[in-house]
Design a protein around this ligand. Structure first.
Ligand SMILES: Cc1cc2nc3c(=O)[nH]c(=O)nc-3n(C[C@H](O)[C@H](O)[C@H](O)COP(=O)(O)OP(=O)(O)OC[C@H]3O[C@@H](n4cnc5c(N)ncnc54)[C@H](O)[C@@H]3O)c2cc1C
Length: 434
């Protein structure tokens, strides 16, 4: 969480707010009292990696720094419980020591567990759901200060609504995740032309536990990445401290990428050579590591991002149209388009609710205006029945959201019952969910 001079800002620097107060309760009792007595909007950021203003508050920001750490594993139920603000880089090592691992993860491990659960953050894999869909239970401090445990067996409706709820139902203090025995993965990276990718996409997705590709539209090259389980030897797992350090590494490729992204807005003729060069930035030969070490990569160049989930069968057409539009309009971006797949789930506000999906993400360097790229792409995502990622930029209204999230109204009823005065709503959230 980044707080300087009483101002809170998100990772990309695109969202800044100055709350009246920032409170850092030491325990659940203190947290409940702080929430109950706070005046104005109460927002509880994780590590601020969302690009949308979901954490913004002019009232109270709650700093959950004291709510980190491993609690327990239940070998029989195959669950691992953590304090809600535990960063993901600490989750993997703690589970590994107990012989377990998360079933899937996204691109990075800088976020908090509560942050990824509350926004429906995901990785890739046609048989694997997002973080929210693997929640076995959570503990919630409500607007009244009352604390409840939610699971399929207790407060079931709040559990169903709450797993992806952007902190609108209350403050999670503990989260139990479904886990599985620890496992190793082998990572392969390879370059294919878009034609080659699309001619074998179904096979690439079906035959790998995880497959994704990054398409550089001006180079007409895709970096492909697969991860599969293996019994091969892996180096001893890193310590928690080493996992933290690794995610902060700003290597030479990242420095070059950043430098060129500074120049590109003034030198659009460099787009093609730049994309060609970036598409050669690939990790070296195959690597074998324990799963929590291979899912995340360091992402130290700041950007803003838009991502939509579209029905999986429509994914190829949608990304082709996105790439074509970027080229046709000569939109200036140094970033590739990212394509992943995610299994359907039963989480009310999950972008994957009852729908196997392809996710398509576009990124823009943090110092470049996003309007042209995101405006053009969002118009396309709409036509493909896209559901926005809650943590990534979108301009959807309540009416738009209701049209693509079947449980939108039910979610709003649960939210209203738990927080009738809208304590947890800021202006962005109120416009959609109020
Ligand atoms: C570099 C980068 C890479 C990314 N990669 C991926 C990816 O691979 N896949 C993907 O899907 N997304 C990805 N994202 C998006 C990111 O995972 C989400 O925005 C995520 O929510 C960020 O977690 P956070 O801890 O920073 O939460 P924040 O952004 O700080 O908060 C997110 C939401 O969670 C709520 N919240 C936080 N803590 C609590 C709590 N204790 N109780 C209740 N509500 C709470 C907040 O109020 C807010 O509504 C990426 C973002 C960045 C910047």
């Amino acid at each position: 969480m980044k707080i300087v001079g009483g101002k809170w800002s998100n990772w990309s620097g695109g969202v800044v707010c100055k709350p009246k107060q920032i409170v850092a309760p030491k325990n659940e009792v203190g947290l409940a009292a702080a929430v109950r007595t706070a005046e104005g909007t109460v927002r509880v950021p994780g590590s601020g990696h969302s690009f949308t203003p979901i954490c913004e508050s002019d009232g109270t920001i709650v700093d959950l720094a004291a709510f980190t750490g491993f609690k327990k594993v239940d070998g029989e139920k195959q669950t691992g419980t953590f304090a809600a603000a535990t960063p993901l880089w600490a989750v993997g090592p703690a589970l590994h020591v107990k012989g377990f691992g998360l079933k899937n993860m996204g691109d990075i491990d800088r976020q908090t567990l509560a942050g990824v659960v509350n926004t429906g953050t995901h990785g890739t894999g046609p048989t694997l759901g997002n973080f929210s869909s693997e929640v076995a239970g959570f503990r919630l401090v409500q607007a009244t200060g009352e604390v409840i445990d939610c699971s399929p067996d207790a407060h079931e409706e709040i559990f169903r609504a709450g797993r992806t709820s952007l902190g609108m139902l209350g403050v999670m203090t503990e989260i139990a995740m479904n886990v599985r025995p620890a496992y190793k993965l082998v990572e392969k990276n390879f370059l294919l032309s878009p034609k080659e990718v699309f001619s074998q996409l179904d096979t690439l997705i079906a035959s790998n536990r995880h497959f994704e590709f990054f398409w550089f539209p001006y180079a007409d090259n895709c970096i492909c990445k697969s991860l599969n389980e293996t019994d091969r030897e892996a180096p001893a797992p890193r310590s928690t401290e080493a996992m933290y350090q690794r995610g902060e590494e700003h290597g030479s490729d990242a420095r070059t990428f950043e430098l060129i992204n500074e120049v590109l807005p003034y030198a659009p003729f460099l787009l093609k050579p730049a994309h060609r060069m970036f598409s050669r930035f690939m990790p070296g030969p195959d690597r074998v590591r324990w799963s929590h070490e291979l899912f995340p990569s360091p992402r130290t160049t700041r950007f803003n991002e838009m991502e939509y989930a579209v029905p999986v069968e429509k994914g190829p057409d949608c990304i082709r149209e996105i790439a074509q539009t970027i080229r046709k309009k000569r939109i200036n971006t140094g970033f590739p388009i990212e394509y992943r797949t995610v299994a359907a789930d039963d989480v009310w506000l999950s972008p994957f609710y009852q729908r196997a999906s392809a996710t398509i993400a576009v990124h823009q360097y943090h110092r470049v205006d996003t309007a042209e790229l995101f405006g053009a792409c969002e118009a396309i995502f709409r036509r493909y029945e896209g559901r926005p990622h809650w943590g990534k930029r979108h301009t959807r209204t309540a009416q738009d959201v209701a049209a693509v999230y079947p449980k939108f109204d039910q979610f709003r009823s649960v939210r209203r019952a738990l927080d009738p005065k809208g304590k947890f709503l800021n202006s962005h959230l109120r416009a959609i969910f109020g």
